[in-house]
Ligand binder design. Structure first.
Ligand code: FDA
Ligand code: NAD
Length: 434
């Protein structure tokens, strides 16, 4: 079994890893100093493409088109670029043991990797219905989406079951983006989720009502307030029916499950301080263990604006946290320091012809503005969240580049709102004046 030593190891090969590698490269690393270790077989890529362009029936996005860091307009790091920059890209290698005290990682094949500084960027994994003991949940064509291999299975199933029936379990990001993708591929789609409206962790009932009607108009059937309680399969093992807890059943050729994700922290259990389900870090993404950093989905970090600790499962933070950690590491080596991470939460999604952005915090009272009629060919509406008399969050569907910039500004500035009525009347022009 081989043993290799590096000055820096980035553990994980996703979005954070790609952006951390880019930052190291731009600051300068000597050949052999830095390794990226990933269980995926491909170099870091922009994961959001998997639930959008990757599933288009025509002109689908494929690698190398969306390697990091094209998602933020940065340099595209092709697999060969890592070598050119002196970075060792160690793919198809799962780390199964981490000993933070001994500064060593062990792969499934038994290879040992030693480091001086470690950046944990292991991201999240999907929650599986088999974890909850749902009967028949291991049938074929019950699919999840996290990595490119999963996306390839979805593409294969779409081809094999052309124009068939799809059931999407979950009403969050994956549920909404995959229902749209399957509908665009001409599937007969039914979404099932337990809450009273879709995307409850962000949307208000009013916002959700727009998307639910829009989706219904596109032919997506929506069943709320219940969950998948079991599946039956054909003799060949392929799923053919979904049983719902409310007693109904649905035919299905494909089932896509998006019932949430959990951060991959198990390797480090008991070795590093945790908080809110993630690895606790400071404003430089340093963990409780010297020379160990954690970034992206796994990090629970101080969200300075709100004075609390948060974990964020979105791509903008994964990029920025990775850059912050590398800048902090490099600055400390030179005896300097960088400013504390001061993050403004930013989430977005795209499906069908829709595109929304959200900045800030979705707490307090909320108001809708603009035209949220789902039958309009170009819907354009938004929402503000107001807490303690101040606007703390801003959302817009169909916003222009300038309007989206205004959303970010208003959420950052948190101006006083005269009244909810006034915000409704002023709409996006309130944010534009900030
Ligand atoms: P990420 O999951 O990207 O990478 C983790 C990497 O670590 C993977 O390569 C994994 O294989 C590897 N790894 C884990 N354990 C390992 C081990 N033991 N050994 C070796 N390697 C290991 N966000 C958003 O804001 N807008 C969007 O539109 C989308 N769209 C979207 C679509 C889909 C399909 C998903 C799954 C997610 C999104 N997201 C998103 C969320 C966003 O992609 C996510 O927050 C970031 O990818 C997180 O980046 P990380 O680097 O933390 O994890
Ligand atoms: P999510 O947390 O967005 O949504 C999970 C949903 O699962 C809940 O809203 C609920 O409707 C549903 N649910 C929970 N238990 C259920 C059950 N037993 N049966 C049916 N439904 C159930 O998680 P997700 O959509 O699975 O996304 C996974 C990860 O990928 C998250 O980290 C998410 O942030 C990320 N992601 C983000 C984007 C984006 O930002 N545009 C897009 C895709 C994925």
């Amino acid at each position: 079994m081989a043993e290799k030593s590096f000055k820096y190891i980035i553990l994980g090969g996703g979005v954070s890893a790609g952006y951390a590698a880019k930052e190291f490269a731009s600051q300068g690393v000597k050949p052999g100093e830095l390794a990226v270790i990933s269980k995926e077989a491909v170099a870091p890529y922009e994961r959001p493409a998997l639930s959008k362009g990757y599933l288009f029936p025509e002109g689908a996005a494929r690698l190398p088109g969306f390697h990091c860091c094209v998602g933020s307009g940065g340099e595209k790091l092709l697999p060969e670029s890592y070598k050119q920059k002196g970075i060792e890209l160690i793919l198809s290698t799962e780390i199964v043991k981490a000993d933070l005290a001994a500064k060593s990682l062990v792969s499934a094949a038994g290879d040992v990797f030693k480091y001086e500084t470690l950046i944990i960027a292991t991201g999240s994994t999907v929650l599986r219905l088999t974890d909850f003991g749902v009967k028949g949940a291991d049938s074929k064509n019950i699919l999840y989406l996290r990595e490119i291999d999963d996306a390839d299975k979805v593409v294969e199933a779409i081809k094999a079951k052309k124009g068939g029936k799809a059931v999407v379990v979950g009403g969050g990001y994956i549920g909404l983006e995959l229902s749209a993708a399957l509908r665009i591929n001409n599937f007969d789609v039914t979404m099932v989720f337990p809450e009273p409206w879709c995307m409850p962790r962000l949307f208000t009932a009013d916002i959700a009502a727009f998307y639910e009607t829009y989706y219904t108009n596109k032919g997506v059937k929506i069943i709320k307030g219940t969950v998948a309680s079991g599946f039956t399969a054909h003799p060949n093992g392929e799923v053919n029916e979904v049983q719902l807890k409310d007693g109904r059943s649905l035919e299905a050729d494909i089932v896509i499950v998006g019932v949430g994700a959990k951060p991959l922290t198990a390797l480090f259990k008991g070795q590093v301080e945790e908080d809110k389900g993630g690895i606790k870090t400071d404003a430089f993404f340093k963990t409780s263990v010297p020379d160990v950093y954690a970034v992206g989905d796994v990090a629970t970090f101080p969200l300075k604006m709100y004075g609390d600790m948060r974990r964020v499962e979105h791509v903008d933070h994964s990029r920025k946290s990775a850059e912050q950690a590398v800048k902090a590491i490099k600055a400390a080596e030179g005896g300097g320091a960088v400013e504390e991470y001061d993050y403004l939460p930013f989430f977005y999604s795209r499906s069908f012809d829709l595109s929304w952005q959200f900045y800030g915090d979705n707490v307090g009272d909320s108001v809708l503005f603009g035209d949220s009629n789902p039958s309009n060919p170009k819907p354009r509406f938004g929402a503000y969240w107001v807490k303690d008399g101040k606007v703390v969050g801003a959302f817009m569907e169909g916003g222009s580049g300038d309007e989206n910039k205004a959303l970010a500004k208003v959420a950052k500035a948190r101006p006083v709102a005269e009244s909810l009525d006034d915000l409704t009347k002023q709409g996006i022009s309130f944010a534009a004046k900030v």
